[in-house]
Each structure stands twice: as structure tokens, then as C-alpha cells.
Write a protein that binds this ligand. Structure first.
Ligand SMILES: [Mg+2]
Length: 321
């Protein structure tokens, strides 16, 4: 890109997000210098969003900025870490001032909410691709891991999974005639990473993962990492009212296999359940028990009348029943 375009980008990114006292050197030198508090370890995550793969072509720029940070905030939330510092690598077809201003508005608004400072970045010319690296401290030995669950632990999910996948389908015109379409679109375009919940869960949860690829697939990753299996009670799945309008069977399939929710799926040992419910009331914190961990590997989904066939990766959400 010509020098003036670099200057343009510099203008948009130099003061983006929160200002933090623990940033000794931020944007503008060869590397950032960051202070990690004593007794803490650093959680670090990176995610790339590619146009046409992770968001539709022509997607609004403020959503791309929001989601690029949200997916990483969700990963840090799943570790119980407090987000602090972000790095942004941006590949752009052209440095359009309007696009950059909307993109940074979406990124910066979410960054300020979670007190994240943008401390460095890189720009290149090419097909639209956004990579964000996010780092943040977590007390040593206290991070939530996928591998910590045990047989008998209760299985929970936050929010109402499935909404984002329906929102994406609406956004792409693959689904029509649904009430509260705007709410569902928003769930895809502006997901809410469960940053506070992740940190609050540290004393209670035995295992945690964020739901990016679909609740069932991600819960299975947690179970495999923990050396156990899981059972989900489909009648307990927290389905939003707009999702329920699709009919119970399709709504459950979306909730189990739809991606892009950025909710937390976590396990809690039976002896911690009373304290969990007392300290983090489920209605206030927005989470629901959906099942349990069991010894037999793999997943089992139970319905009203017994075991249900597992929705597979190839399940067609859009096929009419
Ligand atoms: Mg993740």
C-alpha cells in the first residue's frame, strides 16, 4: 500500500480501544512492552476471520471488527482469563476510509467494554482477512482447562445456542419468514463473549470450552480432553423464543450443531453445585444445566421418549422436516 494509506491506518489504530497503565510501549515501535502482574500467567489466543469463509462477502464492517475481537475474548473467557492486550493483523483489498472507520468503531467499542488495549498490528494488501491475537492474565494454576472434567460432573451452557447460526442463515437469505429476525441477525453479527462469567467460574468449574463450532462438537472436545463422555438432555436445551418458532426438532438441531455462538460450555462437580447456584444465580448469569459427564466415551442426546439420533456434521439445518 502507498505511504498515505499506511498513514490512514496508523491514524485509525494508534488509539483504538482502552488505554491501559500496564502498556509500557504500545503501537508505534517494533514490539509492544507489556507488564504481566506477579503471580499471573499469560493466556494468549489467536483467530483469523476470512471474508467468504467466516463472514459473508459484503458483511458490515463494524460487525467484522466486533467479531474479530469477540471470538478471541470468548477463547480467553473459556480459560477464565481477564483480557488485556490485542494485536491486529489486517489484510485489505484497499484502504477505504469509510470501511476502516466502521471496522475500528466495531472493534474499539467492544475493546473498551472489556478494557482491552490494541498494542500493535500489521497491515498488508490482499483479500479481506482479519487476524486478532488477544492476551490477558490469569492467576497461576487457576485457569479453566478442557481437560478438567470428571465423570458425574454437571454440564452447563450459557446463553441460547443456535441463535447465531439461524442469524447467519437469515443474513445469507437461506432462511426467511421468521419472527424476530433482527434479534437473530444480531446474535451472529454482534455476539456477546461471556468474559465476566468465565472469570467468575474459576472457583467452581472443573472444565470449560467456548462454543464456536457448535454445542455438541465443542462439548465433545471437552469430554475427549477430559477422558470421558457426555449426555445431553435435549428437553433442557435453552432455546430462544425465535428459535423455538422453527419447531422443536429443528430448533434443537440448531442449538446442538449451529456455530458462532461464543457461549461457554462448562462442567461443575456435584459438590460445587450448591455454591455455584448461590454465588452465581443461573437466571442472573444466564446459564443452564443441559446434562452430565459419563464414563462411556462419545455423546448421547436424550429426548422425551428416550435416546435421539445424533445430529451429524452433515446435518442440513435448512431441510424441511
Ligand atoms: Mg475456543
Amino acid at each position: 500500500m502507498p505511504q498515505s494509506e499506511f498513514e490512514l491506518i496508523d491514524r485509525y489504530f494508534r488509539r483504538c480501544g482502552a488505554q491501559r497503565a500496564d502498556v509500557r510501549v504500545g503501537v508505534g515501535d517494533d514490539a509492544a512492552l507489556l507488564e504481566c502482574p506477579p503471580g499471573m500467567v499469560l493466556a494468549a489466543a489467536v483467530d483469523t476471520l476470512v471474508e467468504g469463509v467466516h463472514f459473508p462477502r459484503g458483511c458490515r464492517a463494524d460487525s467484522i471488527g466486533h467479531r474479530a475481537l469477540a471470538v478471541n475474548l470468548s477463547d480467553l473467557a473459556a480459560m477464565g482469563a481477564r483480557p488485556a492486550w490485542a494485536l491486529l493483523a489486517l489484510t485489505l483489498p484497499a484502504a477505504e476510509e469509510r470501511w476502516l472507520s466502521e471496522f475500528t468503531a466495531g472493534f474499539a467499542a467492544l475493546a473498551r467494554v472489556h478494557e482491552v488495549a490494541l498494542v500493535g498490528g500489521d497491515t498488508t494488501q490482499g483479500p479481506l482477512t482479519v487476524t486478532v491475537t488477544l492476551m490477558g492474565p490469569v492467576p497461576a494454576g487457576a485457569a479453566l482447562l478442557r481437560s478438567g472434567a470428571s465423570v458425574g460432573d454437571a454440564l452447563f451452557v450459557s446463553g441460547t445456542p443456535g441463535d447465531a447460526a439461524v442469524g447467519l442463515a437469515l443474513e445469507q437469505g437461506r432462511l426467511e419468514g421468521l419472527g424476530q429476525a433482527e434479534y437473530l441477525r444480531e446474535r451472529f453479527l454482534f455476539p456477546t463473549p461471556r468474559v465476566a462469567l468465565g472469570q467468575q467460574l474459576r472457583p467452581y468449574a472443573s472444565g470449560c470450552i467456548d462454543v464456536s463450532d457448535g454445542l455438541l462438537a465443542d462439548a465433545l472436545k471437552l469430554a475427549r480432553a477430559s477422558g470421558c463422555g457426555l449426555e445431553i438432555d435435549a428437553t433442557r436445551l435453552p432455546l430462544s423464543a425465535p428459535l423455538r418458532a422453527l419447531g422443536t426438532e429443528r430448533a434443537r438441531a440448531f442449538a446442538l450443531t449451529g456455530g458462532d455462538d461464543y457461549e461457554l460450555c462448562f462442567t461443575v462437580p456435584p459438590q460445587q453445585l450448591a455454591r455455584l447456584h448461590a454465588q452465581l444465580p443461573p437466571q442472573q448469569w444466564g446459564y443452564t444445566r443441559i446434562g452430565s459427564m459419563r464414563a462411556e466415551p462419545g455423546a448421547r442426546v436424550m429426548g422425551e421418549a428416550g435416546e435421539l439420533p445424533l445430529p451429524t456434521g452433515g446435518y442440513d439445518h435448512f431441510a424441511q422436516a
